[in-house]
Design a protein. Structure first.
Length: 225
């Protein structure tokens, strides 16, 4: 890890919990789908936090109620079932506290390497995604580029069977928490990388998922020293 750099882990879609006031808004099947949360991310985030002795900030309220990884005003920040009159109090109670905690930690820990842990559905809109693990970053920011590439390279060496991709299945510069934080701090003080894992792993064979978690953690250690 770069001199004096600190590590911060976050998990924006760690659960599909629905506060009692809103329990009738979403059917159970929707909550349990990829639209309701990112399966596997929170247990892995906790494992990484313990192994690396890094702080973890997570939220477990379903992304259907409010998506903590979207910027204010994003058209998909709320599910359409959320009444317009409830959105301001939802932001105040379930969105802003997470974003404010992360922002405060980033400012306190800088220079900081921020890793956001996510997972994605293997099939979207009928199309299979040819990605097992994706590393999302801003190619214009040198530290992000270096860490993402080193992490991916170490993972490929250890697990050549995996389909490892850069800035897929999403672009690292698309709207998200890391993008918002880049606007607050220069590249010398903040580097943000999002890890995206195919949900076929956490929802599939437990041994295979355990092996991928170990490989990702070992590769990260190799990347940051």
């Amino acid at each position: 890890m770069a001199s004096r750099e600190r590590l911060l882990l976050t998990c924006e879609h760690g659960g599909n919990r629905v506060p009692a006031r809103y329990r009738d808004l979403f059917p159970r099947a929707l909550l349990e789908s990829h639209r309701g949360w990112d399966p596997g991310t929170l247990p892995f985030a906790r494992q990484m936090a313990r192994a690396l002795r890094a702080p973890l900030i997570a939220t477990t309220v379903t992304r259907l109620l409010v998506d903590a990884n979207r910027s204010l005003g994003h058209p998909r920040q709320f599910h359409e079932a959320v009444p317009a009159g409830e959105r301001a109090p939802i932001l105040a109670r379930y969105y802003r506290p997470h974003r404010e905690r992360v922002t405060a930690a980033v400012r306190r820990l800088q220079p900081v390497l921020h890793l956001g842990l996510h997972s994605f559905t293997p099939v979207l809109d009928g199309e299979s995604r040819d990605v097992d693990v994706g590393f999302l970053y801003d190619p214009a920011r040198g530290r992000e580029r270096a860490v993402a590439r080193a992490w991916a390279a170490a993972l490929r060496r250890a697990r050549p069977d995996l389909r490892v991709r850069m800035n897929r299945p999403y672009r690292g510069t698309s709207d998200g928490l890391t993008t918002s934080l880049r606007a607050l701090l220069p590249a010398a003080r903040y580097a943000g990388i999002e890890l995206e894992v195919n949900q076929a792993f956490p929802l599939g064979d437990a041994g295979r998922w355990r092996g991928l978690r170990a490989a990702l953690l070992d590769a990260l250690r190799a990347a940051i020293g």
